[in-house]
Structure formats: C-alpha cells, structure tokens
Design a protein around this ligand. Structure first.
Ligand code: GLP
Length: 252
C-alpha cells in the first residue's frame, strides 16, 4: 500500500485539502473520470470546487463523472436521491456537461440489469482516475456494507440498520429511508487509479482506524483499500485521532 495521510485541523481545512487534490486531477487531465461520492462529508469540498470553477480557475467541461451509488426506488427528482444531491451540491454550480455525469438509476425496472449496465459503463470509461470516497461509521464505502465477502460488481444491497439510522437524519423518519441501494462494487472502486478517502468527526475515528490499521476483511469494507497502491486519506484531527494515537505518521 502506498498511502499519504493528511491530517487537517477541522472540517473546513479537510474540505479545502480534498478540493485541492480533486482540482489537481482535473487540471492535470481535463477529460479525467472523477468517481464522486455523496453524504455530508464531501459537501465542503464540492462548494470549494464550485467557487474555483466560477472564478475561472478550473473547468469541468470535459470531465466525466461516475457516482458510487443510489437509493433503490428514489426518483432523480426526490430530494434525498443521490442524483438530486449531486445536482444541488455540485453539478448545478459548475460547468460540467450533465450528459457526462453518471449515477445509477434508482428507478430502473430491473435493478440487476441496471447494475450490470452501470458496471459496464464504468469499465467502458476506463474506470475513475480519481475516486472520492466517504466512510460509513461501520466502515462502508459507497453502499458496500459489512458482509461475509467483498462483492466485486455493481449490485443491489440491503442497507444495514446502522446505515439506515445514520442516514435517517436526512429523511422525515427512519421509516422513510430506503432499505436497498444500488452500489458500485469493490471491483470498480479498486480499479480507480487513485483513491481519495475523506473523513470528518470523532464518530468516524473507529472506522478510519479499522480501515487502515485493522485486518483486511469484508466486515470492514474500506479495509480493502490497504491493497490499493495509491490511496490518499484526508481527515480532520477528530477522525484521525485513533490513527495518530497508534503512532501512524501523518502529514500536517
Ligand atoms: C452514505 C453513502 C456513502 C457515504 C456515507 C457517509 O451511506 N452511501 O457513500 O460515504 O453515507 O456519509 P457521511 O459523509 O454523511 O457521514
């Protein structure tokens, strides 16, 4: 594993560092494939990228994007769908060509066929040059939940109670959280040339520690990243606290 760890003071600094790394990729390769993530963690980085885009420092015109996942059963117009999240948090504020943005279709009549289509799409784009990842409190990446095996392909997943509870804050109640999602599998994530994992807050400290210092196990899906040869972890002090306590060297 070749890994760089940036420890930032707080969420704002973490977001700025992550945005810088994404911008560097877009500047280096204007037609790059960006793997994008949802959740509250990337929101600050997306805001920063939008500012740089509006200032004319960065263009997304030729970028292709592939998102990690989507709730099964939510329409793109649903305010908790990940397509809606991407539109409102990033795509509506930058010059990306919407036709070049890809999110699994949560309303597909046959979800398994949609998963196969999405897997083939990501493969045909040559996989992500940079895959941005958040981290679930239980170590999930995308919606690859703790499980007894790593699932390689894009697939339909049953969400765990811990994820339903964690994501209930975005819905009227936990009952409204979809029970299933379509998620890129571990294969596409690991095929990305570089992985950028971001984490913020004390409630991610155990997941960060288990992902990078624990055993490689599908019970902590992010632990597979120990086998990737180009991983950058950007976290705030709280999220990295257990790594730091274990003596793992970090860049400040
Ligand atoms: C969701 C998403 C993940 C994300 C995770 C963490 O379940 N499917 O891609 O990383 O939540 O979210 P947050 O950043 O809000 O903690």
């Amino acid at each position: 594993m070749i890994m760089r760890i940036y420890q930032e003071a707080d969420y704002a600094a973490m977001s700025r560092r992550a945005a810088n790394l994404i911008a560097a990729e877009v500047i280096r390769k204007p037609n790059c494939v960006l793997g994008l993530a949802t959740g509250s963690t990337p929101v600050g980085a997306y805001k920063q990228l939008a500012v740089w885009n509006q200032q004319g420092d960065l263009s997304f015109k030729e970028v292709q994007s592939v998102n990690l996942d989507e709730y099964k059963g939510l329409a793109p117009s649903h305010d908790q769908s990940y397509r809606y999240f991407m539109q409102t948090n990033l795509f509506d504020h930058i010059d990306i060509d919407i036709a070049k943005t890809h999110v699994p279709d949560g309303l597909a009549a046959d979800a398994d066929t949609e998963c196969a289509r999405y897997d083939e799409l990501v493969r045909s784009l040559g996989y992500a040059d940079l895959q941005l990842l958040g981290l679930g409190r239980n170590g999930h990446i995308g919606f690859n939940e703790p499980c007894d095996r790593f699932v390689k392909e894009t697939h339909v997943v049953d969400l765990t109670q811990s994820t339903i509870d964690a994501n209930a804050r975005f819905f009227a109640s936990a009952d409204d959280v979809p029970r299933q999602a379509l998620t890129m599998g571990i294969g596409c994530i690991m095929a990305a040339r570089r992985v950028l994992l971001i984490a913020s807050g004390e409630d991610k400290a155990d997941a960060v520690y288990n992902a990078f210092c624990g055993p490689i196990t599908p019970q902590c899906p992010a632990s597979i990243l120990q086998l990737h040869n180009d991983v950058v972890l950007v976290g705030d002090k709280a999220a990295l606290s257990k790594l730091a306590a274990a003596g793992v060297p970090v860049c400040e």
